[in-house]
Ligand binder design. Structure first.
Ligand code: EZ4
Ligand code: CO
Length: 412
């Protein structure tokens, strides 16, 4: 334990000597962390927060790194509590992404010291691979179907499907999303619920007719509906047997999910905008969702995720950790280590990064026949090539924003 007065380690075993924040843009921005110990062992972490990357980087460099120097890297829980509660203010997405970067790097160090992959430290494998899904999107139903078919041919057993909405410019999930913009302002998307609620059930009717019954399909609402609209959609989608309907409502008002449950048996997934376990709690304990899908990079890492998974297990809720391309392969690896170890894993989101990402961050999960696995290397199995990272400097980028047809701001 740390000394109560000074926070210095009582018995110096191994100490954190250097904390290095690395911001790089191999196609998209990543905020990476390297925690280096006095014995030369180091761990790697990821705290990428899409569109607000430098806020996390500054928090790590200016506020968090000085607190870590000299600490014992072995005491992950103590360090987690010290950083989370030590701010007094708690953390939202910025601070909890920074905390995630630290947490992942410390688990990586622990694994390397133990000579064990993270899944072993978490209790060992309960499965051989993590079934995963990717995104099929397009302007037309045919285009979405063709993309989905390509993924099914590659072995995917689960596919997320998003199509453009007739009469609406720039719909979420149809491929025009984020990425570095240089100096330009965010892309503006449009949102109108009526055409959306008409189109999505038709899309899934089309997909089931074309793709058959075997593949698991689902759709990401991206928190844009009102409770009763979400209930209507969930009910209308019942004949098409979605594995779950993703993130139907804004994250702020958890009671809203009861409205969906009162009307539909379509399973519900929620969580990529949550930043801590308490936000997940009412949805899990009241059994208002079927899949909890937090982002390890935004909730403070593995330490928080394994607690959420354990509570979820008690209430028949499975995990579907967020796995978008905007988090680094280090977080994807952490997802899969946890997926392999916990009993209530459900499905894992995974988007293939372009090759320059693996050049900077080698060692992410590997895909085979619909399943993800990780290497047996100690720790997370990932590394950061700092020379390669320097070739890809940060470029400012924003997520799109959304407005209604009358010009009013809406959730993206
Ligand atoms: O839009 O991570 O389920 N996946 C998603 C993502 C999010 C991005 C935002 O940065 O909703 O694609
Ligand atoms: Co989503």
């Amino acid at each position: 334990m740390a000394d109560p007065q000074t926070e210095a380690p009582r018995k110096a075993t191994m100490k954190i000597q250097e904390v290095r924040t690395i911001v790089t843009c191999p196609g998209r921005n990543f905020v990476l962390l390297k925690i280096i110990t006095d014995e030369g062992v180091y761990g790697v972490g990821d705290g990428t927060l899409n569109g607000r990357e430098l806020a996390v980087a500054k928090a790590l460099e200016e506020h968090i790194a000085p607190l870590l120097i000299g600490r014992d890297p072995d005491q992950i829980e103590d360090t987690w509590q010290y950083l989370f509660r030590g701010t007094y203010w708690r953390g939202g997405p910025v601070l909890n992404s920074a905390l995630a970067a630290v947490d992942l790097a410390l688990w990586d160090i622990k694994g390397k010291r133990a000579g064990m992959p993270l899944y072993s430290l978490l209790g060992g494998k309960t499965r051989n691979g993590a079934v995963c899904y990717t995104h099929a999107h397009g302007e037309s139903f045919e285009e979405v179907t063709d993309r989905a078919r390509e993924f099914i041919d590659r072995g995917f057993k689960v596919v997320r499907c998003q199509s453009a909405i007739p009469g609406i410019a720039n719909t979420y999930g149809t491929g025009k999303a984020s990425g570095p913009h240089g100096e330009s302002l965010p892309l503006v998307e449009t949102w109108e619920p009526t055409p959306y609620l008409k189109t999505v059930p038709r899309l899934f009717e089309h997909l089931r007719n074309e793709l058959g019954d075997e593949v698991e399909l689902f759709h990401d609402v991206h928190e844009r509906l009102t409770p009763i609209q979400a209930a209507q959609l969930a009910k209308a989608l019942e004949p098409h047997r979605l594995i779950f309907l993703e993130d139907p409502l804004r994250p702020e008002h958890k009671e809203s999910f009861r409205v969906i449950r009162q009307h539909s048996t379509t399973p519900i997934g929620m969580g990529e905008l949550f930043t801590n376990k308490w936000e997940c709690l009412p949805l899990i304990t009241e059994q208002l969702i079927d899949y909890i899908r937090c982002d390890l990079a935004h909730i403070g890492g593995i330490t928080e995720a394994k607690k959420i998974a354990t509570v979820a297990e008690c209430y028949h809720v499975q995990t579907a950790w967020h796995g978008p391309p905007d988090i680094a392969p280090i977080t994807h690896a952490a997802n899969v280590h946890l997926d392999l170890a916990i009993p209530n894993f459900g499905v894992q989101e995974w988007i293939e990064h372009p090759p320059e990402v693996a050049e900077v961050i080698p060692g992410g999960p590997t895909f085979e026949d619909g399943y993800l696995t990780v290497s047996d290397a100690p720790g997370l199995g990932c590394d950061i090539n700092e020379d390669a990272a320097k070739k890809y400097p940060y470029q400012r980028g924003y997520l799109p924003t959304t407005r209604r047809a009358d010009g009013a701001v809406h959730d993206w």
